[in-house]
Write a new protein. Structure first.
Lengths: 236, 345
């Protein structure tokens, strides 16, 4: 469904992403991992439109999206969260979600977001502004806000950052629910390798901007290149 | 029309409460006011429409702009030139080009022409204003103000410069401007709570986050900019239709400073703030003008203190910026003071 084909992005002659290709199928959870500086967030920015590739193509189904501005990609079904939260600080939780909802058609499934609000535990704080929420609630609000776009591809940039084991487990269950409920593809970036391996159907491993390996979680963890570049570096 | 959401329903309640406040003030004047106070009230309501117009762009998009007096002036002159009878224009605008002194229109048609011209200029300027960011918006808005003012000053064949363009039929009274002010309040509240207003406020908080949620930031800014110029146009038309004479001088920095101070005092994120700021500064200025003349207070004769009103505006801006940077109302609207939202702590 989402195809990344030979995408390269350079900054001042240095390739942050070099000739990357991978495919994300509908309804799969796709883990994108790699050491710090591997180009994971650059990849997310290329897919969501905040960066434009120097070469290569990005396709959603058969539509080329890599020249579209971010807002157009969002409305085409590419939603994301941010490593550093980008919530609307002066708007209530409800209004944060409504910003995304105002950009989807009237025929969208209204109950999806309402169910997510209950499931993610935000019902009681709908009229508060994000500043008054706990960090975990802010992270969950970002996911619900992205979900309000009724995305076909949902990209989560470090969703478990700053969460304890219990919260991470809850996030894992929520992602499973999300996939079953909304049938979108999820691209998951996180440093918590155990979490990504547990949650993902397929994994793409990046190193220094390039593709290092891809496949099922068990194949990737058995790959010697991956172990040397990433798993052997003492990551958790 | 789609059903109103909870925020929009609250917005209507808020607009209703503000309108009642306006009607209460007019009612107090009708019962106990003196005739000179009608002029003060009229000016206050014209200013109110301008400050509300400022709020729709400045408050929702979070940019400082200073070109509003220019758009107000354009509409005032356009309406005045259209509505003034040909016989009067033969005296007041004898050298006007393009047959401007050879036609006259009804007040309604004149107002529509003025709205159309101002709105078109709003659209044209908006096309580049909506693509600028940060301090660029402010600087270009000042440039617009200066350009328009120098055209008013130097095309004396059309605008009479610092001389008065006189003979405009005095069509409006306090009732008209009261109705206009109330319409402006409702329009601004509905705009703030509309999808465009919401997207604009989201982009003001975090532009990247808003774009990731599908918000076309340029488009939202353009719409808000054009809507705000229409408020300024309405105020300009009301100004010309009441005074009967206009000149270039009022549509410049002093007026810009006055209206910006009103918005900052009330809180630029809030329409209620715009209303409260306008009323408070109007009352404050009336008191100061009385003090300036050196009145006798409790047996003590005060000295004359000319220039105190300018000082007051400066002090208000500095004090609000220092002690309450989001103004009296901050993010709140009037209904938040009387009807707390459920689920807030």
């Amino acid at each position: 469904m989402l195809s990344i084909r030979n995408v390269t992005k350079t900054f001042g002659g240095v390739a942050a992403v070099a000739d990357m290709s991978f495919e994300v199928a509908a309804s799969e959870i796709h883990g994108l991992i790699g050491p710090n500086g591997a180009g994971k967030t650059t990849m997310i920015n290329l897919i969501s439109g905040f960066l434009t590739p120097n070469s290569g193509r990005i396709l959603l189904d058969d539509t080329e999206i890599h020249r579209m501005p971010p807002e157009q990609r969002a409305r085409a079904g590419i939603a994301r969260t941010f490593q550093n939260l980008r919530l609307f600080r002066n708007l209530s939780v409800r209004r944060n979600i409504e910003v995304a909802e105002s950009n989807v058609g009237a025929g969208a499934d209204r109950s999806l977001v309402e169910e997510a609000i209950d499931r993610f535990g935000l019902r009681g704080v709908m009229e508060q502004t994000p500043d008054s929420l706990s960090y975990g609630h802010m992270r969950r609000l970002e996911i619900i806000r992205a979900l309000a776009l009724r995305p076909r591809v949902l990209m989560l940039d470090e969703p478990a950052a700053g969460m304890n084991a219990e919260e991470t487990e809850e996030l894992f269950e929520n992602l499973e629910w999300l996939r079953a409920r909304h049938a979108c593809a999820i691209i998951l970036i996180d440093h918590d390798l155990k979490f990504v391996l547990q949650a993902s159907d397929t994994i793409t491993v990046m190193n220094m901007g390039s593709l290092l390996a891809s496949g099922l979680p068990r194949d990737v963890t058995a790959n010697k290149e991956v172990v040397r570049a990433y798993l052997g570096t003492g990551q958790n | 029309m789609t059903r109103l959401n909870a925020s929009q329903r609250r917005g209507l309640i808020g607009a209703l409460l503000l309108s009642l406040l306006i009607l209460l003030i007019v009612g107090l004047y009708a019962l106990w006011g003196e005739s000179w106070q009608a002029r003060v009230l009229y000016a206050a309501f014209v200013n109110l429409i301008v400050v509300i117009g400022l709020q729709t762009f400045m408050g929702n998009a979070n940019f400082a702009v200073f070109s509003h007096a220019a758009f107000m002036g354009i509409a005032a002159y356009a309406a005045a030139i259209c509505v003034t009878p040909v016989a009067m224009k033969a005296v007041s605008l004898p050298d006007a080009p393009w047959g401007l002194n050879a036609f006259e229109m009804s007040p309604l048609a004149s107002a529509l022409v003025a709205l159309g011209i101002t709105g078109t200029l709003g659209l044209l300027t908006g096309l580049f204003m909506s693509r600028l960011t940060g301090v660029g918006v402010t600087i270009v808005s000042i440039a617009i103000l200066v350009i328009v003012h120098s055209i008013f000053l130097h095309r004396t064949d059309i605008f009479k410069g610092n001389q008065a363009l006189f003979g405009i039929p005095r069509i409006f009274g306090l009732t008209h401007v009261t109705v206009l002010a109330i319409v402006a309040i409702f329009a601004a509240r509905l705009f703030r709570e509309s999808a465009v207003g919401l997207r604009l406020r989201a982009a003001a908080d975090d532009e990247i986050g808003a774009r990731a949620m599908g918000v076309d930031v340029h488009r939202a800014r353009l719409v808000a900019w054009v809507v705000s110029t229409l408020f300024f146009a309405a105020a300009g038309i009301a100004y010309a239709f009441f005074l009967g004479t206009i000149s270039a001088r009022p549509f410049y920095f002093n007026f810009v400073f006055l209206t910006v101070a009103m918005l900052i005092l009330g809180g630029l994120r809030s329409v209620s703030g715009a209303v409260f700021g306008t009323l408070l500064i109007t009352i404050g200025l009336e008191l100061v003008r009385w003090l300036e003349t050196g009145p006798t207070l409790a047996g003590v004769k005060l000295p004359q203190m000319l220039g105190l009103s300018g000082l007051l505006l400066g002090v208000v801006i500095v004090a609000v910026m220092a002690f309450r940077p989001h103004g009296l109302m901050g993010n709140r609207e009037i209904e938040d003071l009387v009807l707390p939202r459920k689920g807030t702590s």
